[in-house]
Design a binder for this molecule. Sequence first.
Ligand code: ARG
Length: 287
Amino acid sequence: LVAPGDAPLTLPVAAAPAPARVPTARRYLMCEPRHFAVEYRINPWMDPEQPVDVELAVRQWRELKGVYEALGHRVDVVEPAPGLPDMVFAANSGTVVGGRVLGSRFRAPQRAPEAEHFRRWFEANGYPGVVMPERINEAEGDFTWTGRYLLAGTGFRTDPAAHAEAQEALGVPVVSLRLVDPRYYHLDTALFVLAEDLVAYYPQAFSPGSREVLAGLFPDAVLADERDAACLGLNAVSDGRNVVLPLEARGLAAEVERRGFTAVPVDISELRKSGGGPKCCTLEIRD
Ligand code: ARG
């Protein structure tokens, strides 16, 4: 209590310290890009005329896998199939929450067979009863679990009717969000979860109503700018403390560090030629 006549209490003006960020052990499923190629164009990043270096893609992918393992996470792998050049983007083949697996159904016929390879992997590895969707559903490409809500993207790939299907199959509340910029054709190119109730996103990738929803749900969100979005910087993976993201996303890396996270930059340039980044290569198995 301040008694009359006391000198007024002055406090140093300082920003609130960033909270301690606690990592949790994760389990990921990945698929080596041994058959990687850009042979068709289903997003604006893909140019079949531009040469790709498969060996470089494999090296970058192995480094990413090594980063997860060095952070103490478990990585399982699915055997890549010849003729499926996008199979490296494992995130598109399953959404797993609370041990329940919802498979995928691709929009592009070229990618359609990938869904069955992953379904079989789940069935053979302790996840019987994978639910296969009726509607176009590109899994974690468009579905992001925050720990409380399943954020669900639509506009380019996943059918909005797949959002309701996901709610039924997984038994979690789904929040639909509309994507409006074709460069950010999947939700995971425009938003990622840093920690429960904290996300980073690029507002311009979303419709006005969806921006309002995001602002309401996540008032403290990290807002990425055009430069961080345009290198697919938001295609990042957080374990609650360590944030694995494309090395070009310098502004975003600095901002997550300011919030108490540790940025872990990776070079994923070869896979970006197909419109992918670290998160696209990483399906999270949440038991
Ligand atoms: N070339 C792939 C496609 O267009 C890239 C998929 C990237 N995956 C992701 N989760 N965003 O389908």
